[in-house]
Design a protein around this ligand. Structure first.
Ligand code: NDP
Length: 307
């Protein structure tokens, strides 16, 4: 008998979260006449960044959050961006500020991210929010890691005592996810590019989370029977780079768009072994937007003094 893992449907879970945010935004509007406001700063013409900013804005519209995107030329200086942030920090109608990464080389990313008021830092990248995450204080936590934890909780996966393996240690995904897992009492192993024997760790994982940007890094023989697998990676594969299996599986994508999106997990090989698995697309991706909206609501409530 072929065992099939339960698909963790990030699209459905994120829709539930968006509906909840929408309800709360409505209530705030009824009681105060105000709505949460999000400003997104987009520097330059990076096509992927434009797509991400577009989906963040559509998400805001869907739940009734007021959003604006501030477009800046890719020749701007750090000071120009800092000025804009200062203006937004002082605007009482803006509760969330997000700077779309990556920034052009001449702009000092750290100075920019640290200039955002921690109370308005809906991406959760400010050292104050990172520090609060470490010391388990109430904070704005990064959206993708929060989305991962939220999807696991809503799937009723009890993280306490679980052997969790996080592959990837980026500031955006790997490190904060590891901390959130630890805060839920999982036993966490963090793997990275210098990990001597990746498989030795992954085969023991009850919960395997992968965020490397390496397509199909995790093969079937690297996963334990019954593991919960969360694939964060987003890799665009064009027709000329696709394996025969992928060409067949994603035939429609290749015919329509000439490319498809895959994760860091070899889904077809891992899925029969896992108890639960998140697909790409339709897994962690939509959760990230939902949690950004939820963070904006949280920031707005805190700044408006609403419990
Ligand atoms: P980074 O490139 O910042 O980090 C990748 C991490 O993976 C690094 O820690 C790197 O280690 C590690 N790594 C790379 N290769 C290996 C390997 N062979 N074995 C073990 N570890 C390895 O990427 P991000 O964390 O920002 O993103 C990771 C992926 O997740 C990307 O595909 C990205 O597109 C996707 N993503 C998806 C989101 C979503 O909403 N679904 C949101 C954010 C990201 P080292 O630093 O030591 O080289």
């Amino acid at each position: 008998m072929i065992k099939i893992a339960k698909l963790i449907d990030g699209t459905k879970i994120s829709q539930d979260i968006k509906n909840e945010v929408k309800e709360e935004v409505k209530k705030i509007k009824q009681s105060t006449g105000k709505v949460p406001g999000l400003s997104v700063i987009l520097v330059g013409e990076n096509p992927a960044s434009k797509v991400y900013v577009g989906s963040k804005q559509r998400g805001c519209e869907e739940v009734g959050i007021k959003s604006e995107s501030i477009k800046m030329e890719d020749t701007v200086s750090t000071e120009d961006v800092l000025k804009e942030i200062d203006r937004l920090n002082n605007n009482p109608e803006i509760h969330g500020i997000l700077v779309q990464l990556p920034l052009p080389e001449q702009v000092d990313k750290d100075r920019v991210l640290q200039a955002i008021l921690p109370e308005k830092d809906v991406d959760g990248f400010h050292p104050v929010n990172m520090g609060k995450l470490v010391s388990q204080q109430e904070c704005l936590a990064p959206a993708t890691p929060s989305g991962i934890i939220e999807m696991l909780k809503r799937e009723k996966i009890n993280l306490k005592g679980m052997n969790a393996v996080m592959v990837g240690h980026s500031e955006i995904v790997g490190k904060p996810t590891s901390l959130l897992l630890l805060n839920e009492w999982a036993t966490v192993t963090i793997c990275h590019i210098e990990t001597a024997d990746l498989k030795m760790h992954t085969v023991n994982a009850d919960l395997l989370i992968v965020a490397t940007g390496v397509p199909y890094l995790i093969k079937g023989d690297m996963v334990k029977e019954g593991a919960v697998v969360i694939d964060v990676g987003i890799n665009r594969i064009t027709k000329d780079k696709a394996s025969p299996g992928l060409l067949e599986w994603r035939k429609e994508d290749f015919e329509k768009k000439g490319a498809t999106l895959i994760g860091d997990v070899d889904f077809l090989a891992v899925e029969p072994k896992a108890s639960h698995i998140s697909p790409v697309p339709g897994g962690v991706g939509p959760m990230t937007i939902a949690m950004l909206l939820s963070n904006t609501l949280k920031a707005a409530k805190n700044l408006m003094g609403i419990k």
